[in-house]
Design a protein around this ligand. Structure first.
Ligand SMILES: [Zn+2]
Ligand SMILES: [Zn+2]
Ligand SMILES: [Zn+2]
Length: 158
């Protein structure tokens, strides 16, 4: 299934200046690394890359690489051709191999939580243990005013 199916909807949401910018561009066909030398306008690009091009490609969902459609089965079946791209762990910022990511992320989360708890001040730990809301209870907002776009909250001690 082509991921480009979703594009027309996105196009409508793009602001007009993006459209006029895009329409003035001369864009190399994405299959240029396979031998296509076509340069196209934005409007022609999608049609060319997906239908007309002599070097039709498909993006592999495992490794994110462009693969010639005629080589796609081979790409998926011959060991070593498809090397899944590593995923960046948002916690430790390391790149982790796709097959190990789930396990890593779980461990990384646990480690991070443990580390944060160790660094937390005793008061906040108390808060967590007593499962109290994070906002202090004894203040309540009695009035919210907006002056020149600035929001001011008036507090009352209860
Ligand atoms: Zn092409
Ligand atoms: Zn692949
Ligand atoms: Zn990690």
């Amino acid at each position: 299934m082509s991921p480009f199916r979703c594009q027309p909807f996105e196009d409508r949401r793009r602001p007009p200046y993006v459209h006029s910018l895009l329409s003035r561009l001369h864009i190399h066909c994405r299959n240029s690394s396979f031998g296509c030398s076509q340069i196209l306008s934005y409007g022609q690009l999608e049609h060319h890359e997906n239908i007309e091009c002599k070097y039709l490609t498909q993006r592999c969902s495992e490794c994110e690489k462009l693969v010639l459609v005629s080589n796609f089965d081979e790409h998926q079946q011959v060991p070593g051709l498809c090397v899944p791209s590593p995923i960046k762990c948002t916690i430790c910022q390391n790149c982790i191999e796709k097959s190990l990511f789930r396990e890593h992320f779980h461990e990384c989360c646990q480690k991070r939580i443990t580390e944060l708890i160790q660094r937390a001040s005793p008061q906040t730990l108390q808060t967590i243990t007593n499962s109290q809301p994070m906002q202090p209870k004894y203040y309540s907002i009695i009035r919210t005013t907006t002056t020149n776009g600035k929001i001011t909250n008036k507090f009352k001690r209860s």
